[in-house]
Design a protein around this ligand. Sequence first.
Ligand code: UDP
Ligand code: MG
Length: 326
Amino acid sequence: MTDNHLNPQLSVVIPVFNEAGNLAAFCEAISPVCDALRLDWELVFVDDGSGDESWQEICTLANQWARLSGIRFTRNFGKEAAIYAGLMYSRGDSIVVMDADLQHPPQLIKEMWELQNETGADIVSGVKQRRQAESLSRGVGARIFYWLFKRSTGIDLALSTDFKMISSRVRELYLSIPERYRFFRGMTRWFGFPEQTVCFDPPTRKQAQFSRWNNRGLFRYALGSLIAYSSLPIRLLGWLGAGTFLFGFILGVQTLFNKFNGQADEGFTTVILTVVIIGGFLMMGLSIVGGYMMEIFRQVQQRPNFIVHEELQTNRSSPASFNEGI
Ligand code: UDP
Ligand code: MG
């Protein structure tokens, strides 16, 4: 093992959030796979503000391994920010992004590497053969999200994962795009580069593989991705407005007809219903427009996507600057 991994051929980027207990096993699993490729490789762990011993574990592992580097955020900025930072700090010609909990099988890296070399594909994606066992609400929520995403953007992400091997030009492109909202899976597909896929069966979750996402976080992630990638919610609003207008028009004609026939007495129920329905539509519309406005506001604010607290063996002359993190 060389001590100088300044220009590795392969980087493995791992977002980490409360993965204490998983990291040594992860290193043990990935090490023989990458060693067998007979190339220089590095691991880049990004601790996304874990509240457990994850960072201490990364430090211990780094003491034993020159090929391991680590970045620690000041707080939890989310998986997308962690992937972004990991890509920024990685130096390989090819970069693999994968989860820390071994739900993305490390053996697949060999297949990805061979496929990338044989076909020259810029992106090799790990695709699940089926969804993992999950709660009913999560399963239904995910299916609705993927259906909406496909309908509105034409991009089918069902069964796709963040387990990907990308070329350095995809990484440079991803880092150079000034868009604040990050959605690794969506953006890499949106680029349109030649893409190959490798299929895998996600292992059933063990105790240590519980999802680190809470329902609220996942909902916001889904909503943010829809807003960032599609104008569907706004267009829906237009159709809703048109429908309401048609409904109002028919009601208006009927009301006038009744009035001229001298039967315009019972209108209370209709009035109440109309007020409530239109009020609801208006509120919903405002909140959708507000969602887009919020994203524009965040983009204009130009706050960084993450803030680095500590670095370990990153070989960078200076920490990632504020602007780099945007
Ligand atoms: N993760 C992260 N920040 C977060 C949530 C998750 O960096 O806020 C990491 C986590 O440590 C793991 C990967 O993202 O390496 C995927 O998370 P998880 O395994 O919980 O997702 P799921 O199994 O539900 O897809
Ligand atoms: Mg997981």
